[in-house]
Design a protein around this ligand. Structure first.
Ligand code: MMA
Ligand code: CA
Length: 201
């Protein structure tokens, strides 16, 4: 064998053994990485479960504390739980009524639960009031003023309503508590709603 050829063969053998070594090192690193990754993943899952638990405990705690606070409303407003309600004595169109509520940092009434409907009903005194519910964007697509989902929330329409009798895109609550769709231009009383203020006990 010539000298150059011998050298070449030795270099090749060296190279092959280095490549083999490199591959086994890569295998070790890969295995290690996979193991660490799995561990990390399970740590993250554990942590997020813990965080969710503490969050829900915290929310509970806050709602308990909130109940202990004293809630109050301005003069001429009535309080129910943590909200204040204004029953107007004059009458306006739906849009003017909403404007009037806005000028008092409030919105037209949004009814979220049966207890709230019950509270409101007690104070109607046989008058009809606008509430914050309209389908003026698209006929039949009722929307609450504050974005509350209409389809999944309670409804108290009077039997046969809403009937869009003559282009009726705004909702009123009758003196007996039943709801009716009415022409937005009609002149009615209205009910505004806003959060109550708290005073620490
Ligand atoms: C009727 C009835 C309602 C309609 C009003 C309009 C008194 O009730 O048809 O659906 O909205 O009239 O004033
Ligand atoms: Ca109607």
């Amino acid at each position: 064998m010539k000298m150059a050829e011998t050298d070449f063969k030795m270099d090749l053998a060296q190279l092959q053994s280095n490549v083999t070594l490199l591959f086994s090192l890569m295998k070790i690193v890969e295995t290690d990485f996979k193991k660490n990754n799995a561990q990390l993943q399970s740590n993250v899952t554990g942590l997020s479960e813990k965080t969710n638990r503490s969050l829900s405990e915290l929310r509970n705690h806050i709602s308990q504390l909130k109940k202990k606070l004293l809630w109050k409303c301005s003069e001429h407003w009535r309080r129910f739980q943590q909200k204040c309600y204004y029953f107007s004595s004059d009458s306006k169109s739906w849009t003017e009524a909403q404007r009037s509520c806005a000028s008092m940092d409030a919105n037209l009434l949004v009814i979220n639960k049966p207890e709230e409907q019950g509270f409101v009903k007690k104070w109607l005194q046989h008058k009809d009031y606008w509430i914050g519910l309209t389908d003026s964007i698209a006929e039949g697509d009722w929307r609450w003023m504050d974005g509350t989902d209409y389809n999944s929330s309670v409804k108290f329409w009077k039997k046969g309503e809403p009937n869009d009798a003559s282009n009726e895109d705004c909702a009123e609550i009758y003196g007996d508590g039943g709801w009716n769709d009415q022409s937005c231009d009609a002149s009615l009383h209205w009910i505004c709603e806003k959060p109550a203020q708290f005073v620490s006990p």
